[in-house]
Each structure stands twice: as C-alpha cells, then as structure tokens.
Unconditional design. Structure first.
Lengths: 192, 475
C-alpha cells in the first residue's frame, strides 16, 4: 500500500509504514542526495538518515501536504549539513596533511555508472560551481525531474522565487560556459 | 495578442505543454529578447543532459535493517551531530566517522553472501506476508549498438516471496515477459508490480503455487513501443540480454537456484515468440516455458491484420515521409517524439514495434523498419511482405528449427477465446501454434481461457502453478 494511504488511515503499524516508505521513495531520495553531494557513500548515508528522521518525526508530517516534498526537504537539509561538514573537513585536511585518509574523488563511484561525455561533464562542472541558492533548484528541476510546485514545497519558497532562481542560475551558467547558440535551439523548440 | 513580460516568458519556458497561442507569444518574445532566448536554450540543454538514472533503487540489507529498527517504538535512534560543535571536537568526531565509515562501507560492498549474513540478524525478522516488489537496474552490455537509444542499464521489477527476508532459502526464478503495462518507476504501484505481486499472493494463499522469485523486465522499449524482446539491430540483442546479462545478474544478487531446472520463462502476446525462442535456444539455462495468448501469424493472416489495413497504411506512409526530413543526428529523438504523438493508437504501436523488432531496415535508416507499402502503389513489395510474414509467421519452420530445444521442455500455451490480438484480429495464433506443435509431436499443455479473464487470474491459477509443478525447488 502507498505510504500516503497508510498515513491517512492513521496506521499504527510503523514497520509496514517503514517498508512502504522505502519501497516507494528510496530510489528518488537516494537519487536526490546523490545529485547534491555527488558521492555514493555520502548519498547512501544520507538516504538512510532521511528515512530514519522521517520515521522519528512522522507526527510532524501533515497528511494534506506532499509526502515527496516533505521527504525531499529532510533530504536536502541533510545534504546541506553534509556539504558544510565536508568544507570543514577539507579545511582540516589542509591544516593536517598527514591525517588525510585517501584521495577522495568528489564523484567517487560515479564514473563507472555514468560515463559522461565531455559536454555533459562540462555542464555538471558548471552546475556545481553555482552557489547553493541557485544550484539546488537546478538539481531538483533537471537532475531529479521535480515540478516548479514540488521545488517550491521542498525548498519552502514561493513559486515566483523558484522561477527567478532558475532564471538567474541559467544566466550564471551562461557566464561560465559562454552564451548558447540560441537561434538553433529556439528553432528546435518551435519546429513542428 | 499582448506581448509577454519576461516573467511570463520564464514561466512558459518551464511549462511542459504550451497551448498554441502561448507558443506563438513565446516565440515572438524569444525572437526579440536575447536574455530569455538564452534562458530557453539552457533550459533545453539542462533538460537533456542532467536527468539522472537512479543509481541505487533499493536499500541495502543493512540500510533496511537500520531504518526498520528506527521504526520500532521505544528504540533510540542515533542523533545527527550538531553542526555547532566546536572545531576541535568536530575534528575528533571526523576521524571516528571516517574510520567507522570505512568499516561500514566494506560490509556494504561485499557480495550477496554478506547481505545474507545481515538478514539473519535478530533485529529484522519482519515477514511481509505479501512478499516484496522492488526495482533494480541491470547492466545490459548485450544491448550495445542498438539504434533507438535503449539504455545499457535496464530497469527490472523483482518480486521476492514472503519468506525471502527471513532465512537463507534459495528459490526458483520465473522471467516474465509482458506485452504491456508500466513499471512506473520508482512508484511501484504500476500495473506490472501490482499484478505480479497480487498473482503471487493469490496463488500462495490458495496453495496453487510454491514461493518463487519473479523477474519482470520493462515491457516497452526506449521508444515507448511494445518490446518484442527479440534480437534486432535496431532494438538490440534482447535474447542475449535476457539469457546472459539478466540471468547472471539475478543469480549474482539474489538467492536463486542457479540451474536450468529452476528457471522458467513466461511470455505474453507479442512477447510470446521471444519467450519460446529464449527457452528453446538456451536449454542449459531454462527448462519451462508458458505462453499466454502468444502472437503468431497463421498462413494468410497478415493481410487481414490491422498492420496492413487501409486504416493504418496512410499513417505509416506519413511516418516514412516525415522520417526522410529528420536531420541525421536527431533521428532517434524525432522518432521518439513521433511515437509519443501516437498516443492512443494501439495497433499503430504494435505495428511499428513489430517492424523495428522483426523487420528492421537493414541499413538502419529511420524510421528503422521496412514496410511493404510505400504510398506509390496499392501492391505490396513482395520481398518486404515476405519478411513481415516470417517475423511471427512461418510457425512450422520455427518449430522445426527449435526442435532440439523443445525436447523435454515443459511447455504450456493458453488462448483467450474471442479476444482480439494486438493487431485487432481474432486471436488465432495460439491455436495455430498448438496445432503445429501437435503435428510435430511436441507435447504441451493447451489451456483455453474465457476472453474476459484478467492477467492476474491467469498468472495465479495457471501460469504460476505450471512453473511450481515443473521447476525444481531443490538447490
């Protein structure tokens, strides 16, 4: 049964709810985490934490709202924490070079799974260079397929702000990657 | 028509579907506003290049255990460390975290045997009486070189029976090739998931079948057309994917009995021939085949099918003439858009799917298949017509060539009386196949079903019991 249904029924069986949440949302939560932290091991940790957190605070979830957005908010916040700690840890490693464990590639484990061509890799690098405020809406929209409404609910912003963040993000991408060939692409948008 | 503000243009750029007047207004705006045009261009580029396939579709056993443990009332779950800790103590914590992460990761990355050990843990002994349907991604190197953008990582639904999560038992596997139905990933309430699990539950509850693992590949191909699961230079080498890539992956990652005596293939409708071909070609991998209303062409049937009718011909001819205009590097995308625009015209889907699977264009020219009518004449091209006939016709020839593989194979064929096939014809294929099997002296079970029987009932009452009787449950 879908977790929404279980929650609306006020299901007391938390094991069933946990299984249902995992069955229906694990893949998208993991994908979301991975798109933000770009490290499989971190994404695994975050995905697990997200469900544990959700189950611990399930009473705070309002069944009238989107469960996906609620889980996404939890996930995004965990990702933000992780990224902040990573900055601190990197700084620590700078101060104590002998303490470094292994050379950690920011996209560890991903090369094998997603053989990125050069253009796509350049695009990803440019997206990663964006500041968090602009990068998150881009990742939610394009790497995870969220609608404007879902992004607004996840990041707790008005829809108009989501639109303007996406627009500014694309402007910044233009600065990093150079202006795209608009004529050809616009023709494609409208060629029937 | 008033002109758009920039904000309105931004909203329209993000809108998935544009009404005609919105489209025109946006076009005008973009012609005059370089900034918005640049935005539209980046939007398109990001839409194409950023979408990510999920990399991990199901939690590992360890993750599941940890989450379920947190769901138990009264258990204390680990707290997320506060980011306000002082730098020095944070550093100390980092060392500990990195060390324990390294240990944890080693456990996680070990193979299936490590997963089995964790499942015996007393923390998680949860039996879901309904069994579990999960989604996995299977590497598909055999599909390399296909022309329609079929990914080399394939989504697959897997049904694990109720006792799977407790204990170390191994199970036989049935590979089920369906004609239709969505996987609807990652929402697992699609038709394939609910039908598979529902059928298994009904069969178990009524003592009709023993517990088995069921593996269900996606029933539509990358263009959204029915997957005929055969080997074609256009759609890819599906027979090798199924026999090798998929079977090896399932055996490596799930507790299967990895023997031919414990593997069966189910094929429905358009996927019927592929299932039979798979089972008979790879007798060292499979030992039982069940065909549900399989699609085969009896002699003379092709000309009465919708595929060759005056209703469908113009649409196909139009597709061919449009295909001539597709730029070479955009051909697959153009084909995909065309297929999306066909929505609702079921026999067209079946026809084009048949074409690209069984009558592919030998030079790989869009739209990737050959068709006997070209619009310039009412007379079909005889050579191409013959190729269409052989696709799912020439049943005696197919049986003859598969004779070795049919030897000792447990085989069942069902027919839905009075039901129309994917070409909207009275379904004669299964009856014809059964008659030809009889002619060739090949024993098989022949099952007649009422036309309104839902698939879930056939699976529960006929197919799963058939496999349960004919597959070996001893590892």
């Amino acid at each position: 049964m879908e977790p929404d249904q279980l929650l609306r029924q006020g299901a007391a069986d938390r094991q069933l709810l946990a299984e249902s949440l995992l069955d229906h949302h694990f893949a998208s939560v993991h994908r979301l985490a991975l798109s933000i932290v770009r490290d499989e091991a971190d994404a695994d940790d975050i995905a697990q934490e997200a469900f544990i957190t959700a189950l611990r605070h399930i009473d705070r979830y309002d069944t009238g709202t989107s469960l996906k957005a609620w889980l996404s908010t939890i996930t995004v916040n965990l990702c933000r924490d992780r990224l902040r700690r990573r900055k601190v840890r990197d700084k620590w490693h700078e101060l104590w070079p002998g303490g470094r464990q292994t050379a950690e590639s920011p996209v560890r484990g991903l090369e094998q799974r997603q053989l990125l061509d050069e253009a796509t890799a350049a695009l990803w690098a440019a997206v990663e260079a964006l500041d968090e405020k602009h990068r998150l809406p881009v990742l939610l929209r394009y790497a995870n397929g969220y609608s404007i409404r879902e992004i607004a609910d996840t990041l707790q912003l008005p829809e108009g702000t989501v639109h303007s963040r996406l627009h500014h993000a694309c402007r910044r991408l233009g600065h990093i990657l150079g202006r795209p060939d608009t004529a050809a692409l616009v023709m494609e948008l409208f060629n029937d | 028509m008033t002109s758009l503000t920039h904000e309105q243009a931004h909203e329209l750029i993000q809108h998935p579907y544009l009404a005609d007047d919105d489209r025109l207004a946006l076009r005008r705006h973009l012609a005059q506003c370089g900034d918005c045009a640049a935005y539209a261009a980046f939007h398109l580029r990001l839409s194409r290049q950023l979408p990510q396939q999920p990399v991990r579709l199901q939690p590992t056993a360890a993750q599941r255990v940890a989450v379920l443990a947190a769901a138990r009332p009264g258990r204390v779950s680990p707290d997320i460390p506060s980011p306000l800790m002082s730098f020095a103590s944070l550093a100390a914590i980092m060392v500990l975290l990195v060390a324990s992460w390294a240990l944890f990761a080693r456990d996680q990355r070990a193979g299936p045997s490590a997963q089995v050990d964790l499942l015996v843990s007393p923390v998680q002994a949860v039996t879901d009486p309904r069994g579990r349907v999960i989604l996995d991604i299977v590497p598909a190197p055999s599909l390399a070189g296909n022309l329609i953008g079929e990914p080399l990582q394939q989504e697959v639904l897997i049904y694990l029976p109720p006792s799977y999560s407790t204990g170390n038992k191994r199970y036989p596997v049935v590979y089920a090739l369906h004609h239709d139905g969505e996987i609807a990933s990652p929402n697992l309430t699609g038709w394939l998931a609910s039908t598979t699990r529902g059928a298994a539950n009904v069969a178990l509850r009524n003592g009709l079948s023993k517990e088995m693992i069921l593996v269900v590949p996606k029933s539509s191909n990358a263009l959204g057309l029915p997957n005929y699961f055969v080997t074609s230079p256009v759609i890819g080498d599906w027979q090798s994917y199924l026999a090798f890539d998929l079977v090896d992956y399932i055996d490596a990652n799930y507790r299967t009995i990895p023997e031919a005596e414990s593997r069966g293939v189910f094929g429905e409708s358009a996927a019927g021939w592929a299932a039979l071909q798979l089972g008979t070609t790879h007798r060292d991998r499979f030992s039982a085949v069940y065909l549900s209303g399989p699609l085969f062409l009896a002699p003379g049937a092709l000309e009465h099918t919708d595929a060759m009718s005056e209703r469908i011909r113009p649409a196909i001819e139009k597709l061919f003439s449009r295909a001539d205009e597709w730029p070479a590097n955009e051909a697959v995308n153009s084909m995909a858009s065309e297929m999306r625009a066909l929505s609702g015209r079921l026999t067209l889907y079946s026809t084009i799917g048949y074409g690209i699977s069984l009558v592919p264009d030998p030079d790989g020219r869009p739209p990737y298949f050959e068709y006997p009518f070209t619009g310039s004449s009412d007379q079909p091209n005889a050579v191409i017509w013959q190729r269409w006939e052989s696709g799912l016709g020439d049943v005696p020839g197919k049986i003859e060539r598969a004779r070795d593989g049919l030897e000792g194979l447990a085989l069942a064929v069902s027919i839905y009386s009075d039901r129309r096939d994917p070409f909207d014809q009275p379904n004669e294929g299964p009856k014809y196949l059964s008659e030809q099997l009889d002619e060739a002296g090949i024993p098989h079970r022949y099952i007649e079903l009422p036309s309104n029987l839902p698939m879930i009932r056939e699976l529960a009452e006929q197919s799963l019991p058939f496999f349960s009787e004919n597959l070996s449950f001893k590892p």
